[in-house]
Structure formats: C-alpha cells, structure tokens
Design a protein around this ligand. Structure first.
Ligand SMILES: *Cc1c(COP(=O)(O)O)cnc(C)c1O
Length: 190
C-alpha cells in the first residue's frame, strides 16, 4: 500500500524533485510532529537524531542550539530557514526582515556547524489554488533574494522545500526542489 503510493508519486513527480516521506510517528520525522504541535524548544536528543536536513529553523535561538549540538559531535548540520507564507497565524516561520536580521548578525556568521541550504514554507490550507500559487511564488522570491544577497558563494544553498499532499503539484510548478508528503503515502491518520 505505502509502496504503491510511493511508486505512484515517483511517476508523478519529476526526478529533480526530492520526495520526503513524513510519517510523523517515525523517529526521523518526530521533530516535525513536535513542531506542528507547537513545541519550540528542541532538546539535545532531538537535535542529535537529525540526520539529513532540518526543515524548520525559524529563530536565532534554534540556530544556536543546533550549532551547539553539531559542534559537540564535530559535524555540520544542514538546515532550511522556515518562512511564514500562509495567512494562518498558527503557522510558523520567519518574515523576510527577520531572516535578514539573522543573516546579517555577527552571531550567525560565527555559527560554523550549521549549513543553511535553502528555505521551507507551508501554504494556507485552502481550496483556492491561486492563493496557494501566490504563496509558493512568494517563497521562491524569498529564496532568490537570499541567494543573491547572502548565499551567492554557497552552492549548497539551492533547496526550496514546499508542497505537501494536497498542494505539491502547485509547489513543483513554482520551483520546489523538495516536497514533504505525509497522508498521501501513509494514509490520512498517522
Ligand atoms: C505533516 C507535515 C507534512 C505532510 O503533510 P501531508 O499533508 O500529510 O502531506 C509536511 N510538512 C510538515 C512540516 C508536516 O508537519
């Protein structure tokens, strides 16, 4: 079942777009679930579990925490800055101004164990495809602005994580490089 779903998605999604399976109960994704339920403080064990890419960095405090843990383990952690692009207040993320403030700070410049690889955002939960399209387009603009102003020299800064089960096609049309798919793979109740 899960296998069939993944096969179907692979057919539907171009090869250059990475599919990230979000089960919300598996340990790899537990941090996302915690994040969704409003958890803002990331304990050491959570950060230690991170392997691939942390998608939801939305504060200097979290950046420093991740850097601290990565330093202890003598490694560099890849991460994405999360932006608030939806109309719902309940969704998390930075504004462009907040991100600029972080990226221009000396504190950020001294974080040697975090490698920012791009941006992430979640669109409004709505049937209005034009609105979703505009929100993803805005995230793409944010990506371009940051790339030009802060990351022109960093080839790793190339990821735009946007698109979930209900809106991944729109996201891919707007230039998504990573889609985070939960219910389409695992069913609507995790
Ligand atoms: C749950 C979740 C997803 C996947 O959502 P679906 O709509 O089930 O595909 C993607 N990103 C984040 C951050 C999530 O918490």
């Amino acid at each position: 079942m899960i296998n069939n779903q993944i096969q179907a998605l692979r057919k539907d999604i171009p090869n250059h777009v990475e599919i990230i399976a979000v089960s919300k109960t598996k340990s790899n994704e537990a941090i996302l679930a915690a994040y969704e339920s409003g958890q803002r403080a990331f304990g050491e064990n959570k950060v230690q579990e991170l392997v691939h890419m942390l998608h939801c960095i939305d504060s200097m405090r979290l950046l420093e925490k991740i850097n601290q843990e990565a330093q202890k383990q003598n490694r560099v952690v890849n991460g994405l800055l999360q932006f608030h692009i939806a109309e719902e207040e309940s969704k998390f993320g930075l504004s462009l101004d907040e991100a600029k403030e972080i990226l221009e700070s000396d504190t950020f410049k001294n974080l040697k164990n975090v490698n920012i690889c791009g941006v992430m955002g979640m669109a409004t939960f709505t049937d209005d495809e034009e609105q979703i399209n505009n929100e993803f387009q805005y995230l793409k603009e944010i990506f371009n602005t940051l790339k030009n102003n802060y990351f022109a020299e960093n080839p790793d800064f190339k990821e735009i994580s946007m698109g979930m089960s209900s809106d991944y096609q729109i996201a891919i049309n707007q230039g998504s490089t990573m889609v985070r798919i939960g219910s389409l793979i695992f069913g609507s109740r995790y």
